[in-house]
Design a binder for this molecule. Structure first.
Ligand code: ATP
Ligand code: MG
Length: 720
């Protein structure tokens, strides 16, 4: 029985002719440039099996490279699914960084030099971020904002990965003043002591390239060691990674490069598809194979994705087709509000027979927080592909929790010290120092009264003390509103954003997310515990890997994977595409928008049978626009007359129990000047009415503003 028949019997997959050709082509360079779901990864795995079983190549001579540790594991698993019963040898599935590290270690040892890794290394007291931060401070006499730190970090990584020379660096325009100079200082800093070279992750690639280019012993050793090299998802290899693969593969160049330029989504990390498009120039005897049949998805998904990707101008024209059976149209749901999207997704998950075949995909990690909150409430387990917990330790989250803590015990100087500049109480640094010097169990606000000189501060401190003490009696949602409005936290945040040149929208999004979590929780303690619960749940979600639970993933991390049902969420302008993509596009630079388009395309093509695109028109009380990508898909799948119906189907309505009996639930029952009763503040008069907010002048507390939807849904208002 030949290899392919045997494989069919063993795995159930019968490779088509082109795939078989690619498997058999084992001498010399091969580029497999093909559409999603066309079996690139399958072919690559089969090729490894073929080399082992038919060509009798020992496993240690084969190097299979993927773009991340997680995908190396995924790929090894897929290989094992095929071959574990007949191949016992271990094949080397590796990231390029891990192979580079091996080579760099040897290089430094041969050259009797010490090195220290300064990124992600807990044992090192030297840290890349700290070095860059200090360099920024020295150059600009100010502390870098988070955005500036991000820009510094990604710039230094980009320059290395793109192999931009010093001469080119000077010519390139940068957004941040002094960026090139700071980058150069950083590079110099790492090699200032010849006995100890400091290396970040990107240096691992630079030194690996150096070792392979300059050290003949190392080059020969590794070229002989790896007789066959295969790389999956190569559209996302950076320039230096392509160069390293070239050097490792020389001189016989038994290299199989698998890629899809339409799925290139890591341009910001230095990926460059030109290296694929110039493949024949780089490897003169190269063979290129393309594959058009999609084995993954329904004709509806394949056809729509084909049309959708035509948005992009910079691409190689490709068209996939499928012989798979149809299973219904792609669904687009424009639910009215953000929270309805969560309700909808959860209902869908609950209906799923096979949770492990369901994936929820999103552009930003932040999208996961409220989703996890919802899953927590419903007791639905999930597996999360890339866990990012920064949110829970963000200073805004800490601030809100600290102000809430003060409400229970306002004698804590250590807590007041962290927030005194943000609560509009005119407290001075020297007043805090005074409090610190004298230990006392009394209220810090009362103690401050004893040392203030300005009469206005007396009133202010009284008010702030009362407002903070009152917080513990409020529901956490109300408490956050009080902090934001009555204690002036929003204003202070605005000032901070302006002063430190931070993205104000992102900061307010954190507050809004906290508010959403707070909704429906009865007390400040439950709110603090809920944050801990969400964090813990996310942290431990890895334990569900491989089990029958749903998957949550960013679009980036879903690359290469497939699920029966895929829900892409938060598809609004400002998220996908994001504001940066839109801004660049508006000034005629289409690169970012094209990358966002590819990301959307990657998402769509993860689905086997069922794909849903979810969007909404109100988020945090403000109107938002549905993503232009959703509109594109709408146009592709729905003739004009059907457009209105799509999205109406299955739209869920909120299911809260109204707080007040006979509560007003419809906007049309409200009008300006009307007297109403609010469940907390009592009688008041409506002073303004907007689509998303309502302002009421209360007899008890004066003017207050609320989210209209929220009041109506929860039944907070009723007629007098
Ligand atoms: P992506 O671009 O998303 O990484 P891919 O090109 O790597 O996709 P695979 O993941 O290898 O595609 O394959 C997609 C699906 O098609 C898998 O479920 C795989 O088992 C199946 N498949 C691939 N080739 C064949 C074939 N010849 N016959 C039947 N099924 C196939
Ligand atoms: Mg693949």
């Amino acid at each position: 029985m030949n290899f392919f028949d045997k494989m069919h019997e063993l795995t159930g997959v019968s490779l088509n002719e082109v795939q078989q050709k690619a498997v058999r082509y084992s001498k010399g360079p091969l580029l497999l440039l093909a559409s999603p779901g066309s079996g690139k990864t399958t072919t690559l795995n089969m090729k490894i099996g073929y080399l082992l079983l038919v060509k009798k190549v020992p496993a240690y001579k084969i190097l299979a490279i993927t773009f991340s540790k997680a995908s190396a594991v995924d790929m090894a698993n897929r290989f094992d699914q095929f071959f574990s019963s007949i191949i016992k040898e271990r094949v080397h599935f590796s990231t390029i960084h891990s192979i580079a590290f091996q080579i760099v270690r040897e290089y430094f040892s041969i050259h009797h030099q010490n090195f220290e890794i300064i990124e992600g290394n807990r044992n090192s007291c030297i840290d890349k971020k700290v070095i860059l931060r200090n360099i920024f401070i020295q150059n600009r006499n100010t502390i870098p904002s988070e955005d500036e730190m991000d820009e510094l970090l990604s710039y230094s990584s980009f320059v290395k990965n793109k192999m931009i020379s010093d001469e080119e660096l000077v010519q390139k325009k940068t957004m941040m003043p002094g960026l090139v100079e700071m980058y150069k200082q950083y590079e110099a800093y790492k090699v200032q002591t010849p006995e100890l070279v400091l290396l970040d992750f990107d240096d691992m690639l630079t030194y690996c390239y150096k070792a392979l280019s300059e050290d003949e012993y190392i080059r020969n050793k590794y070229q002989q060691r790896f007789e066959y090299i295969l790389t999956d998802e190569s559209q996302d290899n950076s320039v230096i990674q392509h160069e390293i693969i070239y050097l490792l593969a020389a001189p016989q160049f038994n290299v199989c490069v698998v890629a899809d330029d339409d799925q290139s989504i890591f341009k910001w990390r230095g990926a460059d598809v030109r290296k694929l498009l110039d493949f024949k120039k780089i490897y003169p005897n190269a063979k290129t194979v393309t594959m058009a049949q999609n084995y993954r998805s329904t004709p509806e998904i394949v056809d729509t994705a084909n049309e959708f990707i035509k948005r992009n101008r910079n691409r190689y024209p490709k068209k996939m087709f499928t012989e798979n059976e149809s299973s219904g149209e792609i669904e687009i749901h424009n639910v009215k509000r953000y929270d309805l999207q969560l309700n909808y997704v959860v209902e869908e998950i609950q209906k799923a027979d096979n949770p492990c075949e369901v994936a929820i995909l999103y552009r930003n990690n932040n999208s996961a927080i409220l989703l996890v909150n919802k899953l927590f409430k419903e007791g639905i387990p999930f597996y999360m592909k890339d866990v990012e917990l920064k949110f829970f330790h963000h200073w805004i989250v800490e601030d809100i929790l600290n102000i809430m803590r003060l409400s229970y015990n306002d004698s804590r100087v250590d807590i007041l010290e962290k927030v005194y500049t943000k609560i509009n109480a005119y407290i001075k640094k020297k007043q805090i120092i005074h409090l610190q010097k004298h230990v006392s169990k009394a209220s810090t606000f009362d103690r401050l009264q004893e040392i203030i000189h300005a009469p206005y501060q007396e009133q202010v401190l009284k008010r702030v003390k009362q407002t903070i003490r009152k917080l513990q009696m409020q529901e956490p949602y109300e408490a956050i509103q009080t902090i934001r409005q009555d204690l002036g936290y929003d204003k202070s945040l605005q000032n901070t954003a302006e002063h430190l040149r931070m993205n104000e929208e992102n900061l307010f999004d954190i507050l809004n997310t906290l508010e959403q979590i707070a909704k429906e929780l009865p007390s400040l303690e439950t709110f603090a515990y809920r944050l801990k619960d969400i964090e813990q749940l996310m942290r431990t979600s890895k334990k569900y890997k491989g089990q029958d639970v749903i998957t949550l993933s960013t679009l980036h991390s879903a690359k290469g994977l497939e699920y029966d049902r895929v829900y892409m969420i938060d598809l609004i302008e400002g998220i996908l595409p994001n504001n940066e993509d839109i801004k660049e596009d508006e000034v005629g630079n289409i690169e970012e928008m094209e990358e966002a388009t590819r990301l959307f395309y990657v998402g769509m093509t993860r689905a086997r049978h069922h794909l849903e695109l979810l969007t909404y028109s109100v988020r945090n009380g403000a109107h938002v626009k549905e993503s232009r990508f959703v509109q594109n898909v709408r146009k592709i799948i729905a003739p004009e007359e059907n457009q209105k119906q799509i999205g109406k189907k299955n739209t869920t309505q909120p299911k809260y129990r109204p707080i007040l009996e006979n509560a007003i639930t419809d906007e049309s029952e409200l009008h300006l000047g009307m007297q109403i009763i609010h469940h907390l503040y009592g009688v008041g008069q409506i002073k303004s009415l907007a689509p998303d907010s309502i302002e009421i002048d209360f007899e008890s507390v004066g003017m207050k503003r609320f989210m209209l939807d929220f009041c109506l849904n929860h039944g907070y208002l009723k007629k007098i």
